[in-house]
Structure formats: structure tokens, C-alpha cells
Write a protein that binds this ligand. Structure first.
Ligand code: ZN
Ligand code: ZN
Length: 450
């Protein structure tokens, strides 16, 4: 069983042979490659497996991914992030199988489940509450405690209020506490964003909320259902969305940016393998409509990348692994000090002391130049053009919030200062800053304590 990984990487040699159409070298695809039983699953175009061997292959890959990382210790508390979809259901199912049949020597940890209600930002669906109730009931059926929260609770993080609940203490989803102020805050914040920016923003507030809950409830790790396909997508998306410096943390097994480490035990699986696993185990899963439902391939960066990776998986499955494995190797040199951290994605700030020759500075310059109207340029001389550029730059530097956000997180708010004040994580910082400014303005009129 130890050759599982090689099976995946060795495909290039084999596909050459298939290309030659040499019939004698074609393996009989009707028989399982491990035990000669009748095959039911065909992986990588040439790896036939029977049902039993396929499950063994999955379980071995799952355990070895966790084991190789050496991050999870015996008895650690692990929070499984489950949306009820295909990948997280597979994650939950594999975790249950691993823990139920673990021998004394094998990996063992204490699992609980977190479900985040994201219906606020998704299109309204009929029987929304009933559907969420069904998902929670399904998650409960695995026998682990289920915690739940909703996306708008991100606004409550620093307010000393409860922002998550144990589903055992709540009978029905209808009894769930909701906060209309927080809901409006998130809606206002996302109002003028492009679809790409919205998806990126939701992804980061969801991760922040999950890790804060995990930290609050005493967990050491969060497991997420990222597969090799989702990580390859993440990598390409991150490059397109100005998050190049974060690629390594976003694609490795462990992500240490947040208060609790995020682990990706499904990172060696293709989406196809997850689909087959779910189908053959007959697991029920739920797909709620989201912002990408019924959208065109070119509607946003994430959708375009997704369709590129899906096609790649179909024709060149090994290339998907090459893309996401490259991600772990792309580390930024001259690491910045730990103290400067983005409030939203918890990455080290990449825009504080930019190198004059960096891509970031080049982008800023071209953005400023593109904002100068053509008439101005025609009438005025080159010197005024420079002035225009400089004043724009000062305007940008004046927006002090951007000291708290990395380049990628600040993009959606750069055109619209107003929405910045609705950003849930910036809001507390904003109030603090305005108070300090006000204090500075009126300090001559204040009676000092001395
Ligand atoms: Zn077999
Ligand atoms: Zn950030």
C-alpha cells in the first residue's frame, strides 16, 4: 500500500505508453490492480480498483497525509469545518472511519464539528431553514458534538458576546439567535464589491470566524476539506487576486497564520476521487445555492480558474498535483516581522515597506496613471501629470486603515472608502482611530488629570 503516491506521480510514463497504443502494454482495466477482483473504479485513466481496495487506498492516503505532517498529536482536539457539501462530508466520513478503527499505534484525536450558516450572503432559497436543519441533523448523525454559528457573527468577535452555539442545546434552527445589525453591516460592506472580491472576502471572514471559534472553544487544529483541485485553484486565484505572498500558507498541509492551525488532510485527493468515495459509500450530502450558482464561466476570477482546473483534471490529472505542489515551494524571502499582521487574513503585511521595484509598486503606479483623465493629460504638461500622480498617492496613504490590511484584502475597499467603515474587522479599529483623532483635535480644551 505504500506505493499509493507513486501511482499518482508515475502516470506520465504510463500515459506515454497509452499514447503509443501498444496493445500488449495496455493493462486489463476490468481487474483491480491490487487484488484481481472485478474493478469498479478507474482512477487516472489506467488505475482500476475494486470497491474494497479503493476504500483502503483512500483511508491509507488520508492517514498518511495526517501522519507525515507530524502536526496532530494523540488526543488533540480537532474541529472539522463542515458545510454539508461533498468534500466536507468525505472529510467527516474518513475521519470517523479513521478514529473508529484506529489501533493503539495509529493516529487518534478528539473530533467535533463546526457548521457556519452562510445563507445571509447567498441567494434566498425556499425552505432555507429546513435545509439548514437537514444539514445539521445529518452532521449530528456522525455522533460528534456539532457547534454552529452564522457568518454575521464575525461582527461580534471582539464584543464579549457569544458568537457560536452547541447544537445540542438548541432544538430547532428557528431558535437560533440572529442579529439584524450585523447582517446589515456585512451586506453594506459587500454592496459595491465585484463578484471576485465578494467571494474572496466571504472566504476570509469564514476562515477567521472558524479559527476564532476553535480558539475560544480550546481546539488545537481545524480540519478543512480542501482537495488538490481546490488548492490548485487557490494558488491561481491568489496570484490573480494580489495574494502572491500568501501562496505557501494557503496551499501547504498546515496553515499557521491564524490563532489555531488549519490542516488540509484531503490535499492529496482529486475531486474525482472524493466524488467516487461519496458515491460508493452512499453518503448523503447537501449543495446549497451560492454566489457562483448559475453564473457564467467568465463571471469572476474564481469561476474561470475552477473551469480551467476541472478541464485539467479530466485530461491531465497529474498536472493538478504539479500546480499545487509548486505552491508549497513559493516562499517569500526576507520575511517581515511577525507583529505586522493583516486583520482579515492574518498574513504578514506585504505593503508596509514595499521595495521600490516590487510588482506592488508597479501596480500602484499604473493604477494612479490610469486614473488621470485624458483631457487633463492633453491640456496640461508632464509636470502636472506628476503632481496628479503624487496627490493620488497621498490620498491613498492618508487612508490609515490600509495599515491594517494586506494588499489582497485592501483591494475591494480602495475604490470605496465608505464600505471600509462597514468592514466588520476594521470597524472596531476605525472607531478607535476616530476617537484618537478627535482626542487629538480637542486636547487643548481637555483638563489633564495631573
Ligand atoms: Zn481490489
Ligand atoms: Zn489580508
Amino acid at each position: 500500500m505504500c506505493s499509493v503516491e507513486e501511482d499518482i506521480e508515475d502516470i506520465s510514463k504510463y500515459s506515454k505508453r497509452v499514447g503509443n497504443r501498444n496493445a500488449s502494454e495496455y493493462r486489463n482495466l476490468q481487474e483491480c490492480k491490487k487484488c484481481d477482483m472485478k474493478s469498479e473504479v478507474l482512477l487516472q485513466k489506467k488505475d482500476p480498483f475494486c470497491r474494497k481496495c479503493f476504500f483502503e487506498y483512500c483511508s491509507h492516503k488520508f492517514r498518511s497525509t495526517i501522519g507525515k505532517s507530524k502536526q496532530i498529536k494523540h488526543g488533540d482536539k480537532v474541529l472539522l469545518a463542515c458545510s454539508g457539501g461533498r468534500k466536507s462530508t468525505a472529510l467527516l466520513h474518513m475521519t470517523k472511519k479513521t478514529l473508529d478503527f484506529a489501533t493503539a499505534k495509529q493516529i487518534s484525536f478528539n473530533a467535533e464539528i463546526i457548521f457556519i450558516d452562510e445563507s445571509l450572503v447567498f441567494p434566498t432559497v425556499e425552505d432555507k431553514q429546513q435545509q439548514i436543519q437537514n444539514i445539521i441533523n445529518e452532521l449530528k448523525s456522525y455522533g460528534y458534538p456539532v457547534l454552529c454559528s452564522s457568518l454575521e457573527m464575525i461582527c461580534k468577535l471582539n464584543s464579549n458576546q457569544i458568537f457560536f452555539w452547541n447544537c445540542d442545546t438548541i432544538d430547532s434552527i428557528k431558535d437560533f439567535p440572529s442579529c439584524s445589525d450585523s447582517q446589515n453591516c456585512i451586506k453594506e460592506c459587500m454592496e459595491d464589491m465585484s463578484l471576485s472580491a465578494k467571494l474572496d472576502f466571504i472566504k476570509h471572514i469564514r476562515l477567521l470566524l472558524i479559527t476564532e471559534i476553535a480558539n475560544h472553544a480550546g481546539f488545537k487544529h481545524v480540519f478543512v476539506g480542501d482537495t488538490s483541485c481546490s488548492l490548485a485553484e487557490n494558488l491561481l486565484n491568489n496570484i490573480s487576486l494580489g495574494r502572491g505572498s500568501q501562496i505557501s500558507s494557503a496551499t501547504n498541509f498546515s496553515d499557521f497564520r491564524y490563532k489555531v492551525s488549519i490542516c488540509r488532510p484531503l490535499r492529496e485527493f482529486l475531486n474525482k476521487e472524493i466524488g467516487l468515495y461519496i458515491h460508493l459509500h452512499d453518503c448523503s450530502y447537501f449543495v446549497l445555492p451560492n454566489l457562483l450558482t448559475k453564473t457564467d464561466t467568465k463571471s469572476c476570477i474564481q469561476r474561470l480558474t475552477e473551469s480551467f482546473i476541472v478541464n485539467l483534471q479530466k485530461d491531465f490529472p497529474a498536472t493538478v498535483f504539479t500546480i499545487f505542489r509548486t505552491g508549497g515551494k513559493l516562499l517569500k524571502q526576507n520575511e517581515l516581522p511577525e507583529t505586522e499582521i493583516c486583520l482579515l487574513c492574518r498574513s504578514k503585511l506585504d505593503n508596509l515597506h514595499p521595495n521600490a521595484c516590487s510588482a506592488l509598486e508597479a501596480l500602484k503606479l499604473s493604477e494612479q496613471l490610469s486614473q488621470i483623465s485624458i483631457n487633463d493629460t492633453l491640456v496640461d504638461t508632464v509636470s502636472t501629470e506628476n503632481e496628479g500622480g503624487l496627490s493620488d498617492l497621498n490620498d491613498f496613504e492618508d487612508m490609515n486603515f490600509f495599515r491594517f490590511l494586506c494588499y489582497g484584502c485592501s483591494i475591494p475597499f480602495r475604490k470605496n472608502k465608505k464600505s471600509c467603515t462597514f468592514n466588520p474587522v476594521l470597524k472596531t479599529q476605525y472607531v478607535k482611530m476616530t476617537r484618537n483623532e478627535m482626542k487629538e483635535d480637542i486636547k487643548d480644551f481637555l483638563i489633564s488629570k495631573e
